[in-house]
Write a protein that binds this ligand. Structure first.
Ligand SMILES: Cc1ncc(COP(=O)(O)O)c(C=O)c1O
Length: 426
């Protein structure tokens, strides 16, 4: 594959100059990180590949869960081009057809009962919308899970249980409780105390928490407990939804069907790998306060035609191209391959390999090893991610569109990288 032509924008492929601009106008820390990772500048992308200014290409098995359809999926870029050429941002005076069609397309794929779509610009904003909707119904006591990740705006951060990110910004939202993830007894005890004031937010599998898969039936029991105690339930599928786990939604795969939660959060893959967009999807009853007063919770750019064109095209492409099934099959193949690559090394190096669908985590005995392996993989032309709430876990979230040759390439790089870091650990 050759690097895609990247329009006429001057890309200023001078690494030192760009690093100076980062230091002067963006983030010094980010400049340092870029330099540690090799100093390359990414200037183009296509499918599973990211291209740097020096003509090299990198297989993207990271992307923080965004690229289930790969980078620049052709159906999504075509829809976005069309929208740019006609009506990218709305006046917000008249009704807007692309937003309506995108909402319908998403609601047709969400679990039964979750029909009201509130588009936003990021995952954290979807969380904020969910938390505010809960408050509008009087559910003011937030219950989240240890290791959970829901974004970094102030409300979302209250539910993102990581002292490193929370501490500098305290006080956060009052009246919040963190319960152990996967523990239904702890959830029951908290809900017994808090009662119907509770707003529970939970992921089907914790992504940034280090790909933590709860015991079978966990989410269904949390859902049942929320009903029993009159609590509001937000299921955060920003990372796990839209096929990432080899099912459209982690919650349905986990047996949460009816009654549905009050809110489902969607993001990342909704972008089609092209335009940032996320959504809070609510039941009709839950959405009533926002539905009655459309100005109660708004944002200038939310539900923009250009973002909705991307979301609509992405959802249709996921369906048309059987991406969910492909993610399940590819996920099994990859998990088996990753386990085989790690098998020669004991728990002293690789503590655990786990995952579901195309969300796979390699937990190392030491944090340092995860970082070193990421660098080794970059050196071999492969991008992967760390986990924000679990520093010993290297995370894989590859696109569902990768082929067997890409998988082989990845597994070969992983095997080599592991042998290098293992030799260093000794
Ligand atoms: C489960 C979950 N919720 C919320 C978010 C926040 O999304 P964003 O980074 O788009 O604000 C993330 C991001 O990783 C996530 O994984």
């Amino acid at each position: 594959m050759t690097a895609a032509v990247t329009a006429d924008i001057p890309l200023a492929p001078d690494r030192a100059h760009i690093a100076r601009l980062y230091r002067a106008h963006l983030s010094t820390g980010r400049a340092v990180l870029g330099s540690v990772l090799g100093g390359m500048l990414e200037t183009a992308s296509d499918g599973a590949w990211v291209y740097t200014e020096d003509g090299r290409r990198y297989l993207d098995f990271g992307g923080y869960g965004v690229f289930i359809l790969g980078h620049r999926h052709p159906a999504v870029t075509a829809a976005v081009h069309r929208q740019v050429d006609t009506h990218p941002l709305a006046s917000r005076v008249f009704l807007e057809p692309v937003a309506a069609r995108a909402a319908q397309a998403l609601a047709e794929r969400t679990p039964a009962g979750l029909d009201r779509v509130h588009f936003v610009n990021s995952g954290a904003e979807a969380t904020e919308a969910g938390l505010k909707l809960a408050r509008a119904h009087g559910h003011t006591a937030l219950v989240s899970t240890a290791g959970g990740y829901h974004g970094k705006t102030l409300g979302a951060l209250t539910a993102t249980a990581n002292p490193k990110y929370q501490q500098p910004f305290r006080p956060l939202l009052p009246d919040s409780t963190v319960v152990p993830y996967g523990d239904t007894d702890a959830m029951a005890a908290t809900l017994a105390e808090v009662g119907r004031r509770a707003c529970v937010i939970v992921e089907p599998v914790q992504g940034e928490g280090g790909v933590r898969v709860p015991p079978p039936g966990y989410l269904a029991e949390v859902s049942r407990l929320c009903r029993a105690y009159g609590a509001f339930l937000i299921v955060d599928e920003i990372q796990t939804g839209l096929g990432r786990l080899g099912a459209w939604w982690g919650m349905t795969a986990e047996g949460v069907r009816s009654p549905s939660p009050d809110v489902l959060l969607v993001g990342k893959g909704l972008s089609g790998g092209v335009v940032p967009v996320a959504a809070m999807v609510a039941t009709e009853a839950a959405y009533r306060p926002f539905s009655r007063d459309p100005y109660l919770h708004t944002s200038t750019f939310a539900a923009s035609p250009i973002a909705c064109a991307a979301a609509w095209a992405a959802v249709e492409a996921l369906d048309r191209e059987n991406v969910v099934r492909r993610a399940a099959v590819l996920g099994d193949r990859l998990l088996t391959g990753v386990r085989a690559a790690c098998a020669p090394y004991g728990e002293g190096l690789v503590h655990d390999v786990r995952g579901r669908g195309l969300l796979i985590g390699l937990e190392f005995a030491e944090e340092r090893t995860a970082g070193e392996l990421i660098l080794e993989l970059v050196g071999r032309g492969v991008l992967v991610n760390h986990s924000l709430n679990a520093t010993r876990v290297l995370r894989l979230t590859p696109p569902a569109i990768v082929g067997e040759e890409d998988v082989r390439l990845f597994l070969a790089a992983l095997a080599e990288g592991l042998s290098v870091v293992a030799a260093r650990v000794g």
